[in-house]
Structures are given as structure tokens and as C-alpha cells.
Design a protein around this ligand. Sequence first.
Ligand SMILES: [Cu+2]
Length: 136
Amino acid sequence: MRSINVLFVLLVLLFLAGCGSTTDSAKTTVLEQTTAPTSVAAQTGDVRVIQMTVKNFAFEPSNIQLSKGDKVKLVMNVESGNHGIAIPGFNIEQSLPQGTTQTVEFTADQTGSFNFFCNVPCGPGHKEMIGSIIVS
Ligand SMILES: [Cu+2]
């Protein structure tokens, strides 16, 4: 029993030493650690990071090929105009304000062809802002 008590005290001391001054800062640290490794995962093929440029009036690339099961991180750099992207097949809607970088993540868990389009009236080329995701 005594050695168990000593072990417990040591664990408590370790825990206290490892934590920040408040639980809030500890939580923040954990969150940062969980979001940061995605780029590492991308290199191993676990997450596919797709860089997209959004501008008046196009998504580039507008055709995206995926394999079923891919975890996808779509990183959209909005160069010009205020747009949005809707991918109904994956329940995604994201506004894309000019000058920002927006990210959506989803898993390509079904095969097929899935259209995406701009869902914010943005000007004369609005209806041309379309694309498709092919999952095979
Ligand atoms: Cu639009």
C-alpha cells in the first residue's frame, strides 16, 4: 500500500508541474496541439490538403479527384470578391470573404460526383462559379 501512495503523490506532483497556471491555458494548449499536426498527417497521406484559389469568378481548381475514405482539408484563398462555397453532398456551406483564407474539412466517405458552387450572389460571373468533386 505504501508504495502505491508514494506513486500517487508523485503522479499528482507530475500533473501539477505539467499544467499551466490555469486550466484555461492548459485547454488552449491541448487544442493547439490537436489542430497543428494536420500538416504532418498530410505528408503521411492521412489528410489530403487541397489548396484552392477563389476569385472573380472561378474556383481553381474546379475539378477535384478524391479516393473514397480520403480525409480532406480544403484550404481556400479568397483573392477577389466575396463568395461562398456550398458542397451539398457533404453538407458543407462556408462563406468566403475577400482577402481571407477559409478551411473546410470533410471525409470523402461516398463515391460519386458531387457538385459545388458559389452560394453568395457575387456579380456577373456568379453562375460560372461551379466545380465538381469526383470520389472514386
Ligand atoms: Cu457567387
